[in-house]
Design a protein around this ligand. Structure first.
Ligand code: SF4
Length: 645
């Protein structure tokens, strides 16, 4: 049965809202397939505004992978701003996709990609506007399967009641496997209805169906167990790892946004995974092992992607791009190829030493030379040892001054505040480090116009990392430390004026902490926040800490747990964590030992990168049947963190 476009009903509302173009679709490389020609239909949602969601790699990749398949259709959806939400409610217009403006409720699968936990309330808005019951248990055979993925899905428990299914890890292969399961289920006449389909998905061990697991609690609030409640459902669910990135060269035809977006460039992932072993880094831990794309594939993807999109910037993406074993050749090849054109290269999120200043020069041959970002993360040597960010002050100063000497005038240093075992001195050390950067930079360049911006984020302990057991630092402590740092920088008469400071108050990190390490009981808090108007919690102008605080009191009333219990409480080794049944491959005892090894200050044990040292048995490769894949032998010592903007 055909599904009508909602656009004729939506269009009159668009004259009354901000940035209406974001809801219109029709972008270059977007795809609209015949509804009736498809047997399996996906709506892919990024639960944030179009401008944030449209460049998302995960959604773009799956959109192409699915639409390339015969009989499969995929359309995109983004969160609508409160102005349009209000009008949609008033006029009874359900949530739509931007491609063909079809209602979300008409699809077989509504796949939601959660890069961050702060999109949870937006998911509830989308479900409600779509007419899909909020809770999985209230949905019928007529509703889509609501399936979550993305990094936040590695602990989906706070939104478990709202989800039908969850997948962990790389989406390419599992999205096609889910598609085939749905196709077979429909072809066979939908045996067993909705539960029948969910059982098939769960039985594979590669899809988590929260409803098929019962949770038991101890009297003090800790979790006693997770137990499957259906025969045939395995007790643990495994993540997915694509082992041949060259076989999946997506996106080939990137969406070119019609409205402004946060990144307007063709991004190609040059590798996945990171084995640097930074103890705070969830992305690094859950995407192990490192798998590189070959230089040939990267080069041909860039050639085709730029030709298909007309983008004038190419981003070489990964968790630390200068670590690609062929990065020098890749960058030089691309810089040569685009010499004299308007196409520039960028290397977001990577690491550098003196060699990589050459690399950074190569990357900016055609572009602007505005800024470099280094991420030492910890202010003091002690702190960096605790978090296993093995960057000495000497390394950092040498690299930053090399950048100034090479012509950069502006350097950004990124740190975290609130790290385990942190004291005031560790944060105040940031001021000394920044002053030393400016002092040496002036000395090397003989110039006074060099600048350094210190940017600080609040640390949030994340699931599937060695710090998953840590107590989150109370926001009052974080704020007080940052005030002291601000005062120290202001009080520095010699260098203070050359140092900028950017930080946010600590309270949003508490909510992120609640959502990151919460369990199913936190679902009530999320719903309460949403019912009292919570939307776009990742946006400071929409975020209200008081609303979350109130909702935590109401939502957790009568339970032996509260906001502090979920955030500022340290867990012990025996405690069952809400994500223990979700297998990212990491050996729990290795994670625990690494946490213990971090607690010795300057004597904390270092973990090297298994790309150039022997395997140290984190557990991922044997349990996932994977291995480190690098194209050229690793050479030289580990590099420092850098972003070329
Ligand atoms: S199992 Fe060994 S080689 Fe694989 S990611 Fe872990 S430490 Fe590295």
């Amino acid at each position: 049965m055909s599904v009508e476009s909602l656009f004729p009903r939506l269009e009159p509302l668009l004259t009354k809202v901000g940035k209406p173009i974001q809801y219109v679709g029709g972008e270059l490389n977007s795809v609209v397939k015949e509804w009736d020609g498809a047997r399996v239909r996906w709506a892919l949602m990024y639960p944030d505004a179009y401008e944030v969601g449209v460049p998302n790699q995960g959604v773009q990749i799956l959109y192409e992978v699915l639409n390339e398949r015969e009989g499969v259709l995929a359309e995109r959806a983004y969160a609508v701003w409160p102005d349009l939400e209000e009008l949609m409610r008033e006029h009874g217009v359900p949530h739509f996709t931007v491609d063909a403006h079809r209602p979300l409720a008409a699809f077989d699968v509504l796949g939601i990609s959660f890069a961050s936990e702060m999109g949870y309330t937006n998911m509830l808005t989308a479900l409600d506007l779509a007419g899909i019951p909020l809770r999985s248990r209230d949905r019928t055979d007529d509703h889509p399967i609501v399936l979550a993925g993305g990094h936040a899905a590695f602990n989906p428990e706070p939104i478990a009641d709202f989800l039908d299914a969850v997948v962990l890890g790389d989406g390419e292969e599992i999205s096609l496997a889910v598609t085939e399961t749905v196709r077979a289920f429909k072809d066979e006449g939908r045996p067993g209805g909705r539960d029948g389909l969910l059982l098939r998905l769960a039985a594979s061990g590669g899809v988590y169906v929260p409803r098929f697991f019962d949770v038991a609690y101890h009297g003090d609030g800790r979790i006693a167990s997770y137990t499957p409640n259906r025969p045939g459902v395995p007790g643990t669910v495994q993540k997915h790892t694509v082992m041949d990135l060259d076989g999946w060269p997506y996106p080939k035809r990137p969406i070119v946004p019609t409205a402004e977006s946060v990144h307007e460039r063709y991004s190609v992932e040059i590798f996945r995974g990171c084995t640097r072993g930074c103890r705070f880094c969830q992305a690094g831990m859950i995407t192990r092992p490192v798998r590189e794309r070959s230089r040939e594939t990267v080069t041909s993807m860039v050639e085709e992607g730029v030709a298909a999109s007309g983008f004038q910037e190419v981003g070489l993406l990964s968790l630390s791009s200068a670590d690609h074993s062929e990065i020098g050749d890749i960058a030089k090849g691309l810089a040569d190829r685009y010499e004299g054109t308007n196409t520039g290269l960028s290397l977001p999120s990577t690491r550098v030493d003196a060699f990589n200043i050459d690399l950074a020069n190569e990357l900016t041959r055609n572009g602007r030379r505005s800024g470099l970002t280094f991420a030492p993360e910890g202010g003091s040597e002690r702190m960096r040892r605790v978090i296993n960010k093995m960057v000495t002050e000497e390394d950092l100063i040498r690299t930053v001054t090399a950048a100034y000497a090479a012509g950069w005038r502006q350097v950004k240093l990124y740190f975290m505040c609130g790290l385990p075992t942190e004291e005031d001195e560790d944060v105040l050390a940031i001021a000394d480090l920044a002053a030393e950067v400016i002092r040496t930079g002036r000395e090397v360049t003989g110039r006074k116009d060099i600048r350094c911006t210190v940017s600080i984020g609040g640390f949030v302990p994340k699931p599937q990392t060695p710090f998953q057991w840590a107590a989150q630092t109370p926001h009052e402590v974080v704020d007080a430390r940052l005030r002291k740092l601000r005062d120290a920088l202001r009080g520095d008469r010699r260098y203070g004026k050359s140092i900028g400071l950017r930080y946010h108050e600590g309270r949003p990190s508490v909510v992120e902490g609640l959502l990151s390490r919460g369990d199913r009981r936190v679902g009530r808090v999320i719903e309460e926040v949403w019912r009292s108007g919570g939307r776009f919690d990742g946006w400071s102008e929409h975020f209200s800490y008081e609303r979350w605080e109130r909702a935590a009191v109401t939502g957790l009333a009568g339970l032996p747990v509260d906001l502090d219990w979920f955030t500022t409480r340290e867990r012990d080794e025996e405690e069952v964590l809400p994500w223990d049944h979700l297998d990212a491959g990491l050996d729990r005892s290795w994670l625990w030992q690494d946490w213990q090894d971090s607690l010795h200050g300057e004597e904390s044990l270092e973990v090297d990168d298994c790309r150039w040292t022997p395997c140290y048995d984190c557990g991922v490769c044997p349990s996932m049947g994977t291995n480190i894949q690098i194209n050229a032998p690793a050479e030289g010592r580990p590099l420092l963190p850098l972003t070329v903007e």
